[in-house]
Design a protein around this ligand. Sequence first.
Ligand code: G1P
Length: 290
Amino acid sequence: MAPAIKTIVFPVAGLGTRFLPATKAIPKEMLPIVDKPLIQYAVEEAAEAGIEHFVFVTGRGKNSIEDHFDRAFELETTLEATGKTEALEGLMNSRPRPGQMSFTRQQEPLGLGHAIWCARDVIGDRPFAVALPDELMHGEPGCLAQMVEVYREHGGNVVAVQEVREEHTSRYGIIKPGAAEGPVSEVRGMVEKPAATEAPSRLAMVGRYILQPEVFGPLAEGRRGAGNEIQLTDAMAELVGRQPFHALRFDGRRFDCGNKVGYLEANLAIGLERDDLGEELRRVLARHLA
Ligand code: G1P
């Protein structure tokens, strides 16, 4: 049986320049969607998939991510003293258990592949997951939980994919699919950010991966790819044909919170679903759209 996926890497060293000035002193991963920072959605998605260890590849100016998942002693004491039990429980439940988090740094912005490689010693010789927190996945069960099911059946490597418009292939890693069974396809190849004319399909990788530790081999070579960056896609491409490799068209919605409209849409969609906010938000929106 394939060893269980217990560890996940979150690359969070990016500068977040698209959200300046909001991200001048705050990591983009700490921007809230309704009332929860983006990074917390990804951590909860991973925990739901049975993942128990969370590895953050950070950079300068990202300390608030570490603080967010720590105890907030004064806050917790005050909430307790003032009887705000619901808020207190929310805080306690969102905090991982002691020892479940690791932090390492990517010292230079050399690309996603390089960021993952920076976690190699923390990961060791076990399969692991990767999630890009900019991509907010909304589904039940969550995207990673759906991927773990595919992994249990097939082992090897699994990536989440979604069909994108032809003119958008150059924004993503695009797979070349093989035989398919329902939402699961074999992966025959992949290319990072191809022009529409070069793209092997319109199935884009959307920031969720289950990977074998052999991916660190090609990553260690540090070869530059698209955009002169060390690309995770290029390293994964070297595992294709050597290990099982599958793509899952996951069931759920994706919000690309790395761009402003996607970020605003996530706030609206998640706000509209909330029992405590949905109705009022719908009224407010109707006013704006009238
Ligand atoms: C990264 C990956 C790309 C993937 C995308 C998903 O690109 O390199 O393969 O499709 O994330 O968001 P980035 O958006 O960091 O340029």
